[in-house]
Design a protein around this ligand. Structure first.
Ligand code: ACM
Length: 532
């Protein structure tokens, strides 16, 4: 018996001396979001010491910036200094040669941590995964005295779709630069890489256009409910673009047209075909009909609009002046937009005659191409001829999705019934609308973009985007409540193939994320579908 006791004790001593560092969770249980393509968990872990440094290979400035981002997220809670770029470091970021891809490898052993990728974006994604492997206390902004042990193993990861987006409607209610940056910070944690800004709508024009100044002096002066509105100067927009780029997110600016343009029509009457005459104004009516010649000479601006109806406005698609306007806007926007896409809107143009709509959308795509960019547009644009490289954003009409495919163009998947973050969770949700659906967390998770629309498959799809419309949303706390946790579910739909996704697993992982959000004071919705 005594011998057995000693033998047993020796075993325990041996086991613990082989693996002196016991992480709280294995790689499998850490709560990684989105789920990586491949995880090979191993026993034991790597304990960070106070002399932790991040080693970068070569003299690549961007790798150093990624390392600095990683270090800045490690310093507050650990209290470690975490120098970057040193010759020796327990964390190594390595840019490897080969064809550039978003894939990355992350290896943690008893002796250290290494993230490698052929791209800067891959190193950034690997860094996000590494931060999620830390104990949740890493989220604290002040010192936490504890052992920082990360689980051993290997992760090999890459995204299913190249476009993983979120949209903010900054037109219905204006969203400040600080709040947009805060949203970018959250998106980056879950490997989103496109931020679509819905910059214009009936209620407001939110981007400075120097050649048409009244777009903002008049068109930005209000918002839904009659608040004071606002807009981004071009300098502020550039600041957002640069901030997003530093977290590997590309901004897609949207000018919604020819419908959803009341703010522009209020700023410049000459863009108006004349359907928005003020009540009782018969000055241009001849024999019971609007006389467009008179209107052209005496343009009547629309009145500013602060309600939430849609489909009542249109640019005058038959006037050259309109195309001069559109070209000026595109030219100025392209100058401050390094990304490949300009979003031209195109949804719900219910008062534009169909042939006029098609003529307009085709001509605007040509303008975008002329300025060296590709068009994105809501799915209705597929009723016209799509130009090479134009992407249609599916939100509503499967027929339009098939028209897109038939023309050889790609789709961005944002089905309103699954991906719209402004839809209420259920009938008791204080914020949001429900014209498309009530969308609980499992509804936003349990769908597959590759099989969602009849006749559409993975190869027709560029990616997935989660739009947040703001008819009812006015501040950061509201944005957080509607976006989280659903944005993270949609991020996993965009990143991970269906074969890797499981609602049961997601439930467990999002509950861990909830604890991180508690520390960060993010106002997320505590879905009853999850044990938080
Ligand atoms: C849309 O929801 N009107 C694109």
């Amino acid at each position: 018996m005594k011998n057995l006791y000693w033998a047993f004790s020796l075993l325990i001593v041996l086991a613990t001396s082989c693996n002196p560092n016991r992480p709280k969770q294995s790689m499998d249980d850490a709560g990684l979001l989105p789920i990586p393509l491949k995880i090979e968990s191993e026993a034991g872990g790597f304990k960070l010491e106070s002399n932790l440094a991040i080693q970068t290979t070569g003299t690549d400035q961007i790798v150093n910036e990624i390392a600095e981002y990683l270090a800045s997220n490690i310093r507050p809670a650990t209290g470690f200094i975490v120098p970057v770029g040193s010759n020796e470091g327990a964390i190594v970021l390595e840019l490897t040669s080969g064809e550039e891809s978003e894939a990355y490898d992350l290896v943690i052993t008893d002796s250290g941590i290494k993230i490698s990728s052929t791209s800067h974006a891959g190193l950034f994604y690997g860094s996000q995964t590494l931060l999620q492997l830390f104990p949740i206390e890493i989220e604290n902004n002040s010192l936490v005295e504890m052992d920082w042990i990360l689980p051993n193993g290997k992760i090999s990861d890459q995204p299913e779709f190249p476009y993983r987006g979120a949209m903010l409607d900054v037109a219905r209610h204006f969203i400040s630069v600080a709040d947009v940056k805060h949203y970018i910070d959250q998106m980056a944690k879950f490997k989103f890489n496109y931020l679509h800004l819905h910059l214009t709508d009936d209620q407001g024009w939110r981007i400075e256009i120097k050649s048409w100044p009244q777009l903002t002096t008049i068109g930005a002066s209000t918002e839904v409910g009659g608040g004071k509105g606002g807009f981004y100067t071009q300098e502020e927009y550039k600041e957002i673009v640069a901030y997003a780029a530093s977290q590997f997110i590309t901004v897609v600016p949207e000018i919604d047209m020819p419908g959803h343009t009341n703010a522009a029509l209020a700023a410049y009457g000459e863009l108006n075909p004349g359907v928005n005459l003020p009540d009782g104004d018969n000055s241009t009516v001849v024999e019971g009909k609007i006389d467009f010649d008179i209107l052209d000479k005496n343009p009547v601006p629309a009145e500013l609009y602060t309600g939430i109806e849609v489909g009542f406005s249109t640019l005058a698609t038959n006037k050259e002046k309109t195309y001069q306007f559109v070209e000026d806007v595109i030219r100025e926007l392209v100058e401050i937009t390094p990304g490949p896409y300009i979003h031209i809107g195109g949804d719900e143009s219910h008062v534009t005659e169909k042939p006029d709509y098609i003529y307009f959308v085709e001509r605007v795509q040509d303008l975008v191409l002329q300025y060296g960019k590709l068009s994105l547009g809501w799915d209705e644009i597929a009723t016209g001829k799509l130009r090479p490289g134009t992407v249609a954003q599916f939100w509503d009409n499967e027929g339009n999705a098939r028209l897109t495919k038939e023309q050889g163009n790609k789709l961005l998947m944002s089905p309103a019934k699954r991906a719209y973050l402004d839809m209420q969770y259920d009938s008791t949700t204080r914020l949001g609308l429900h014209w498309a659906a009530y969308i609980e967390l499992d509804d936003s998770y349990n769908w597959d973009p590759a099989t969602y629309a009849d006749g559409i498959n993975k190869f027709d799809i560029l990616g997935v985007e989660a739009p947040l419309w703001t008819e009812t949303i006015t501040n950061r706390s509201d944005i957080e409540y509607m976006a989280f946790p659903r944005l993270v579910a949609l991020g996993e739909v965009a990143w991970a193939p269906a074969s890797r996704r499981s609602w049961e697993s997601f439930q467990k992982r999002i509950a861990i994320q909830g604890k991180r959000w508690d520390i960060n004071q993010i106002n997320y919705y505590k879905s009853p579908k999850v044990t938080w």
